[in-house]
Design a binder for this molecule. Structure first.
Ligand SMILES: Cc1cc2nc3c(=O)[nH]c(=O)nc-3n(C[C@H](O)[C@H](O)[C@H](O)COP(=O)(O)OP(=O)(O)OC[C@H]3O[C@@H](n4cnc5c(N)ncnc54)[C@H](O)[C@@H]3O)c2cc1C
Ligand SMILES: NC(=O)c1ccc[n+]([C@@H]2O[C@H](COP(=O)([O-])OP(=O)(O)OC[C@H]3O[C@@H](n4cnc5c(N)ncnc54)[C@H](O)[C@@H]3O)[C@@H](O)[C@H]2O)c1
Length: 472
């Protein structure tokens, strides 16, 4: 047994934990980083990276099938699912060194590879080691939620952890859950040649703006994904290769494989949080505005903190807690500027308030500036002109933006910047976007906000007429 004393103990080497550890050690703290499973956590190994890599493969197949409108003959793609999954594994392998034990040891961290559990408010056991830490960061992430649907435990089912081990394409993939995981994987698998049925208990992409979500769902349905909404999975039966999901509508949905994508469960089980006086709340650890837990020495960040569950949010949390932990300065985690994007085609991105939320919060003070992709020349040239941007504006400042369409995930960053810095729409309209780019939709949305004020304004017209009379 070894006793280790450290300034900072970070539990979990995923998106949040790695960011804290890298920042703190490079600023001079003694850092101990603990990871029981794979370095890089969910995002690298089972989440963002593999899903985006598979989506990229599926896009190529889609373009091969849909080239005729560009004057190039459509071809039926020859899809080798196993090699597409090798591409996925290759993308993970290429990124893995950045998150590796070697890299973090090279930066000066002490890296321990076992489960961490609290002994008391400042001591944590990791295998045979006992670590006493001045500050502790819990960044243990989340796992797929497996709901207690009768019969589910009797059939082979996939989650976002096991999906990447498949090497044979599912003939018919049934997906329970029409959230981001369900829909990203539905479209990718459909484009890679599988039949796909999504069974969604409520509204698919239900956390997003309904008009934007409808556009995405329409596209998926056009591509042949069957999406049934308002139908809960009530019972599962069958066996390998022949699975039946009975829906609350009385229908039986049959497929060869089943993916369960109904949300996440915070990884709390092994931590013995009660020994450290750390309370939980909802689906995560209870934290204050500065991400501090009910134990003043401990912080919780990322998925385990129970809020927005995204890699960039975990990274943001890391940047927030560095200040108090290293310098003793106060810091608060904000949420209004945190974006998210679902990487279906078209992509759907959101930051701040949706139109409905903004209307509820600001009533008549709300202006919605909108611009449609079909007026964007680059989108037209590339036949990607389906989509729109809506910016929710209150007193001249954006409070939210919704973008659905090509590159929405790239375009939303500008509105995060604007909200984070309380920029005015006039400052956005000062920006000049190169022509022809899809990013012109951002500028045009700002233009749409000012157009009625400038073009439908009798005072402006009067002033212009007056000045014109006097100008030489
Ligand atoms: C299929 C899928 C696709 C996704 N796509 C995106 C995307 O495109 N963009 C995006 O922003 N987000 C995406 N996400 C979400 C993103 O993966 C998570 O929000 C992010 O990984 C959370 O980071 P984290 O640091 O909180 O946890 P994690 O990355 O999960 O890391 C937690 C780590 O802690 C370890 N651990 C747990 N308990 C212990 C313990 N007691 N002792 C030691 N180690 C422990 C775990 O093994 C894990 O490695 C996706 C998620 C999924 C499932
Ligand atoms: N692009 C991205 O950033 C991205 C991609 C994937 C995942 N993620 C993260 O992972 C999280 C989890 O994603 P998710 O899609 O698993 O969860 P989710 O909670 O967003 O969606 C799950 C869906 O399953 C439905 N559902 C629940 N029980 C059901 C049942 N018995 N029958 C039918 N439907 C049922 C819910 O109504 C919900 O719409 C996301 O919220 C997000 O934070 C992000």
């Amino acid at each position: 047994m070894t006793d280790i004393k450290t300034d900072l103990l970070v539990i979990g080497a995923g998106s949040g934990g790695l960011s804290v550890a890298a920042g703190a050690v490079q600023m001079g703290a003694d850092v101990t980083l603990v990871e029981a499973h794979r370095m890089g956590g969910d995002c690298l190994n089972f989440g963002c990276v593999p899903s985006k890599a598979l989506i990229a493969a599926s896009k190529i197949a889609h373009h091969q099938r849909n080239a005729a409108s560009f004057g190039i003959a459509d071809v039926a793609p020859e899809i080798d699912y196993s090699r597409a999954m090798e591409h996925v594994a290759g993308a993970i392998a290429q990124i893995a060194p950045v998150d590796s034990q070697e890299r973090f040891e090279g930066l000066g961290c002490r890296v321990l590879r076992d489960w961490a559990r609290f002994l008391d408010d400042r001591r944590v056991a990791v295998g045979d080691d006992i670590i006493t830490a001045r500050r502790i960061v819990i960044a243990t992430g989340s796992s797929p939620l497996v709901p207690p649907i009768p019969g589910l435990d009797g059939v082979p089912y996939l989650t976002n952890e096991s999906l990447w081990d498949l090497r044979e394409r599912p003939a018919h993939l049934l997906i329970i859950g029409g959230g981001p995981i369900g829909l990203e994987m539905a479209q990718a698998h459909r484009r890679l040649g599988a039949e796909v049925t999504v069974i969604e208990g409520s509204r698919a992409l239900g956390k997003d703006d309904p008009e934007a979500a409808a556009l995405v769902l329409g596209r998926l349905r056009d591509e042949g994904v069957r999406i049934v909404e308002g139908v809960e999975a009530k019972r599962v039966s069958g066996g390998a290769g022949a699975i039946v999901v009975e829906g609350s509508d009385g229908e039986s949905y049959r497929g060869s494989h089943l993916l369960v994508a109904v949300g996440r469960r915070a990884n709390l089980g092994r931590l013995d949080l009660d020994k450290a006086g750390i309370e939980t709340e909802g689906n995560g650890i209870k934290v204050d505005a500065g991400l501090r837990t009910t134990n003043r020495r401990a912080y919780a960040i990322g998925d385990v903190a129970g809020g927005m569950q995204f890699t960039h949010v975990a990274g943001y949390h890391a940047s927030v807690i560095i200040r108090p932990m290293l310098f003793g300065l106060p810091a608060k985690a904000k949420t209004a500027h945190l974006p998210h994007a679902t990487y279906t085609d078209p992509e759907l991105a959101q930051v701040g308030l949706t139109e409905a939320d903004a209307r509820a919060e600001h009533g008549d003070a709300l202006d919605v500036a909108r611009f449609d992709y079909h007026h964007n020349d680059r989108a037209i040239a590339e036949r990607r002109d389906e989509g729109f941007i809506k910016v929710m504006v209150v007193k001249g400042r954006p409070v939210g933006a919704t973008i659905v369409g090509a590159q929405a995930g790239e375009l939303i960053s500008l509105w995060s910047l604007a909200i984070a810095n309380r920029l005015k729409m006039s400052q956005i309209s000062n920006m000049v976007a190169p022509y022809p780019t899809i990013s012109e939709v951002n500028k045009r949305a700002a233009g749409a906000y000012f157009s009625p004020k400038l073009f439908e304004n009798s005072t402006v017209k009067r002033v212009v007429r007056l000045v014109q009379r006097w100008l030489p």
